[in-house]
Design a protein around this ligand. Sequence first.
Ligand SMILES: C[S@@+](CC[C@H](N)C(=O)[O-])C[C@H]1O[C@@H](n2cnc3c(N)ncnc32)[C@H](O)[C@@H]1O
Length: 237
Amino acid sequence: MASREQRGSVRTAVVWDALESALAGAPRDVVDLGGGTGGFAVRLAESGHRVRVVDPSPDALAALARRADEADLAVSGLQGDVSELVEVVGAGSADVVLCHGVLEVVDPALALDRIAQVLRPGGLLSLVVGQRHAAVIARAMAGHFQQARGLLDDPAPVDARTGRRFTAPEIEELLAAAGFTGVTVHAVRVFADLVPAAIVDYEPGAAAALVDLERAVAQRPEYLPLATQLHLLATRA
Ligand SMILES: C[S@@+](CC[C@H](N)C(=O)[O-])C[C@H]1O[C@@H](n2cnc3c(N)ncnc32)[C@H](O)[C@@H]1O
């Protein structure tokens, strides 16, 4: 496996584990909000799900179309912003909505409200968000002490590039307010961003052992504050 691909699969293994086990069984109608170039969408289509990607970026949608073509799969790419989600895909039209790496850069309450509208009752939300405590530590370790101090108590964007970060209680509160229940939380990338890339790339067996370690801590609450991201699964009431 190429190094870049290998590092990508280390970063997403915990998310895939939870998602694939939640989606096992019949094909579902999946909407990937902010699905970008289709890393998740194409693999879900490969598993037989009917996937629509909604993203405002024409470049991302063009890359998605190329990727789907290469895999000989049908994935609809729809240009749209989170605020237009209901108009673009239709109310109550999805069994599953993915919202990975998007809540950081949009109004989170508005996004969760729109997602709840497009999900059928009992539908599943898969949410990946940046976790604030790990971001504070990462900024401090990079010598950006003022940025780290600013982020400590404030989820609002410190800089427009990375967007806001959430703690587990904050995101759970937002989900409850939007009417989601049955929330499970996984710690994602607890170690993956701390390990030197060369170890993962060149040391035989290191990538697989790191994935194993990430899986071992994913459901341990004490590791949530160390995770670069949180993966949450939640059900629309
Ligand atoms: C960090 S990328 C995540 C891509 C993909 N979900 C993944 O996990 O690999 C963020 C994506 O959100 C999209 N995005 C940005 N603003 C958005 C908005 N207002 N509504 C919907 N998507 C948005 C971007 O175009 C980009 O594709």
